[in-house]
Write a protein that binds this ligand. Sequence first.
Ligand SMILES: Cc1cc2nc3c(=O)[nH]c(=O)nc-3n(C[C@H](O)[C@H](O)[C@H](O)COP(=O)(O)O)c2cc1C
Length: 171
Amino acid sequence: MFDVYTSLEKSNHSQPRVTALMACQNNLMAASWHMPISKSPFRYAVAVREENYTHTLLKEHGAFSLNFLPFEYLDIVDMTGRIHGNTVNKLAKSGLETEGNDEHGNVLLKASDFIYTCKICDTYSNGDHTIFIADVTKIYVNENQSNKPILFTGRGRYTTSSQVTIVKQVL
Ligand SMILES: Cc1cc2nc3c(=O)[nH]c(=O)nc-3n(C[C@H](O)[C@H](O)[C@H](O)COP(=O)(O)O)c2cc1C
């Protein structure tokens, strides 16, 4: 048996998504609506709502970094998803250390498991988010991986992966 809804808000269902910190210049925004869309060239898409300050910054600067932090940073990530960067300096408020900036001026966060630096090559608008499609210009991989991604399940709830299962490939 299913309960059936016609809107995402009303259905209120759990939809676990890896959540990253999107940095445009020094502004940080929690982002869970993102995905790889091409392997070679490696391209990535992120959906950003027009009302977010990040949307203005992306249009202005044409680039961003996506910082994938371990689960222990979830309070900080959540904070960046609740306030707007045109009124508060979220980077300063987060207390996160940086590893400098990428070649486009976007901050790189030291605590990240991995980081994609991205240069926007296309946009697509349909609905209430703009999809920013970007070339991933560099991939930074932390030599100490947590293997504990931040998974946002909606409704202010988070979880992480509890086990890794290796499925052997049959040749
Ligand atoms: C876990 C989480 C994930 C989010 N994912 C997205 C997203 O993918 N796209 C988006 O536009 N907003 C997303 N948001 C909302 C923005 O992060 C939020 O509106 C933020 O305050 C925008 O900051 P800014 O105005 O500084 O850009 C998310 C919020 C949370 C808490």
